[in-house]
Design a binder for this molecule. Structure first.
Ligand code: SF4
Length: 344
């Protein structure tokens, strides 16, 4: 069976070529063709015939197929991809100032079973491989090229779609290597953010293997009891331990950890919640994203009122922690945070 080209980092590809007595310079040419120029034809530029024959016989260049596209009135785009085994995953393009952020999925479904999340209801079907992660980015780019010409500028990558990225560490790490590669997409290290629910085995690897990219923690409640309800793995990996591991992550001067906080009406939006949150994050290199809850069919939580959200932010401002209230995008096509579910 052919190996997917999109599963290989630049150095993996160089190794494959060298092991087969071929010129490793073809790796840079192929990376440039597929990731920089984003061509979907076969690359014939400056590659020796013997290398081309090897590439054709041994590497697969197919990508996940776009199954459906939903465009929101705010220009958010939600893709449903069909994978080779007919599993489906979702990816979201979020517009900002004529550019886009892309929200990638890392697993089919998710094992974490968070009570506020549509994906969690699916359970975990399987991990995505690197080519299926990188493929979401390339296919979304090509869709923009065809459907919104001149707008194919995806400048930020966030792993906040379906799945717990640190539960699929190897594939996510390799996808980041490919995105960051100077031979390929050359995305800046500060433009990639991986979001975790607090999966400690992944955080332990992060500390040792230093990905350099940004980390976001879905915090959602500073109180262990409430967090147990929202994020059941908090029982196994409690918040206070998660924060200890996060504190060990080396950060560059301008880097900070993002703490995501979903505001749910009459559950975690009181002044007491805000004060406790401020207390545990004060003094850290922290940035808080307040996300008004996006409801979905069957969800029993409700979005907090605007005045409560603003009051919550004021309290955090007193702790001098930079805090942003994030506006929901794409909620009319169920593309907003926590609304992804490819079985529906
Ligand atoms: S919020 Fe994230 S970690 Fe939790 S169930 Fe949903 S996809 Fe998984």
């Amino acid at each position: 069976m052919k190996k997917s080209f999109y599963d290989l980092s630049h150095s993996d590809l160089e190794m494959v070529l060298t092991q087969n007595n071929l010129n490793r310079s073809a790796a840079a040419i192929l990376f440039n063709w597929h990731y920089k120029k984003k061509e979907n034809t076969q690359c014939c530029e400056k590659i020796a015939k013997c290398s081309l024959a090897f590439i054709e016989n041994n590497l697969d260049f197919s990508l996940p197929e776009i199954y459906t596209v939903s465009e929101s009135k705010d220009r958010t785009v939600k893709f449903l991809f069909n994978l080779k085994d007919n599993h489906k995953i979702e990816t979201v393009l979020i517009p900002f100032h004529n550019k886009y952020s892309i929200c990638l999925s890392s697993q089919v479904g998710c094992a974490m079973n968070c009570s506020f999340c549509f994906t969690g209801e699916q359970g975990l079907k399987r991990n995505l491989n690197t080519s299926e992660i990188v493929g979401q980015f390339l296919q979304a780019w090509r869709w923009l090229m065809e459907n919104r010409p001149g707008e194919e500028r995806i400048l930020n990558i966030v792993f906040m779609g379906q799945g717990e990225p640190l539960h699929n560490f190897d594939a996510v790490k390799k996808a980041c290597e490919i995105f960051l590669s100077k031979y390929g997409a050359s995305i800046g290290v500060q433009k990639i953010t991986i979001s975790t629910s607090g999966y400690i085995p992944g955080l332990k690897r992060w500390i040792k293997e230093i990905l350099g990219v940004n980390l976001a923690l879905s915090l959602h409640s500073p109180f262990e009891e409430k967090r147990n309800e929202l994020i059941p793995i908090n029982r196994k990996y409690p918040l206070h331990e998660v924060l200890t591991y996060i504190d060990k992550i080396p950060l560059s001067k301008k880097q900070f950890i993002t703490y995501e906080y979903l505001l749910i009406k009459d559950f975690n939006d009181s002044a007491e919640d805000a004060k406790k949150l401020g207390t545990i994050l004060a003094g850290k290199s922290a940035y808080i994203n307040l996300i008004p809850f996006n409801s979905y069919p069957g969800s029993h939580y409700k979005r907090s009122n605007l005045d409560k959200i603003e009051k919550f932010k004021e309290i955090l401002d007193n702790f001098k922690i930079p805090t942003l209230i994030r506006s929901a995008k794409g909620d009319d096509v169920l593309a907003a945070c926590g609304q992804l579910n490819s079985t529906h």
